[in-house]
Design a protein around this ligand. Structure first.
Ligand code: NAD
Length: 356
């Protein structure tokens, strides 16, 4: 199936409204999810609707809850997301961070106890659009530790994403490195499982610690685990994400006490920096443009169309999907319909919204 983005967004919005959000909140959450689909990250798109409804029903996600400031001193701000929608409370945290960075040239902002903040790149892009370099370290409390430490054989933490976004001259498209520290995000394993596809070699181990390409090991009992990207280096970055997003903010690091059904709590440390602080914004833009042109001039390797910089693949996918619609596999669509039914949106109405 290819479904036009606006129809899928309307379906997600209708489900969130029945899940207890007012129209504005439901629209805000749906918009961010569909943006992830358009950027090619289906793992963080409307396929998350069932998880969010599950979060509401298990009391882990509180629609309507807003962010509150817990600590405010100079360049340091600590924001509590109060287990509200991440799309709402992270936006507030970033607005506060941007205002503080405008005032002081730098802001160090902790966001704790937010429900799933989705694509971390969205928050980097927001800071870049405001003219700031931003670095984001994130940890996750979830119902299951899905990522194994390097050399280990079972999950001990989750996919701890990391993002750095660089603003570009005149509001042009930013460079955005936005990634899980696992080889792939868990949502991508879910998507592969739903499609009946294998994952890339090196992504997973089974419950005995043996390498496997079968996403089914993540749904077995005992379950397997994801591997970190870049072997020990990705593992090291995941540890740093726990330390900065969890320990430094006071939110806490992942451990058995945080395991709870329906829980997808993100904590994030964001550091915003004025790119002109040591010279001028123009000089920074010149250097970034120079380096981008230099690396992109590398002759593409066999089978590669073009050398890109981080953030570029997502923008290409968005252009394609705005034209062709968002691909949707049957299992994911069925799960979304079931989530709608769980909050009182009947199938006929859901199908009318998506235009089928
Ligand atoms: P990915 O592997 O698809 O991309 C990682 C980065 O590599 C991106 O910045 C992308 O632009 C860049 N990239 C990809 N191909 C490239 C190429 N050919 N040339 C140059 N750059 C390239 O992303 P991922 O690790 O699967 O993560 C997917 C999403 O999941 C991210 O948005 C991340 O924030 C999100 N995530 C969120 C959570 C959470 O708890 N909220 C947890 C894990 C992941």
């Amino acid at each position: 199936m290819q479904i036009p983005a606006d129809r899928l967004r309307n379906l997600a919005q209708a489900i969130f409204e029945r899940g207890g959000s007012d129209e504005g909140e439901a629209a805000q959450v749906a918009e961010k999810l569909i943006e992830a689909n358009l950027f090619g990250h289906d793992s963080h798109g409307v396929g998350m609707v069932p998880a969010y409804i599950n979060g509401i029903q298990s009391g882990e996600l509180n629609p309507g809850n807003q962010a509150s400031i817990e600590h405010d001193k100079g360049s340091f701000l600590l924001v509590d997301g109060n287990a509200g929608y991440g799309q709402v409370v992270a936006k507030t945290a970033m607005e506060l961070a941007i205002a503080r960075a405008r005032e002081l040239g730098v802001a160090v902002v902790g966001l704790k106890n937010s429900y799933h903040i989705g694509r971390v790149g969205a928050w980097g892009e927001m800071c870049a659009a405001a003219g700031f370099i931003s670095i984001h370290y994130v940890n996750v409390f979830s119902s299951s530790p899905v990522v194994a430490p390097f050399g280990g054989s079972d999950g001990r933490f989750t996919t701890n994403p990391y993002c750095t976004a660089l603003p570009a001259r005149g509001g042009a498209a930013p460079i955005v490195l936005d990634m899980a520290t696992s080889l792939v995000a868990m949502g991508k394993v879910r998507v592969a499982h739903n499609k009946g596809e294998e994952v890339l070699p090196g992504t997973l181990i089974d419950s005995q610690g043996n390498p496997t390409n079968d996403p089914g090991v993540m749904y077995a009992d005992p379950k397997g685990a994801l591997r970190t990207m870049g072997l020990h280096k990705g593992y090291g970055l995941a540890v740093i994400c726990e330390a900065l997003a969890g320990a430094f903010t006071g939110a806490g690091v992942f451990g058995p006490e945080h395991l709870s059904p329906g829980r997808i709590i993100n904590n994030m440390l964001s550091v915003l920096i004025d790119p002109g602080a040591f010279g001028s914004r123009e000089a920074f833009d010149d250097e970034i443009e120079k380096f981008t042109a230099w690396v992109k001039a590398s002759p593409p390797a066999p089978g590669v169309d073009e050398v890109m910089v981080p953030g570029e693949p997502e923008r290409k996918t968005m252009a394609e999907r705005l034209a062709a619609g968002v691909p949707m596999d049957d299992t994911t669509f069925e799960e979304i319909l079931a989530a709608g039914e769980a909050v009182g949106l009947d199938r006929a109405e859901a199908m009318r919204i998506v235009g089928n």
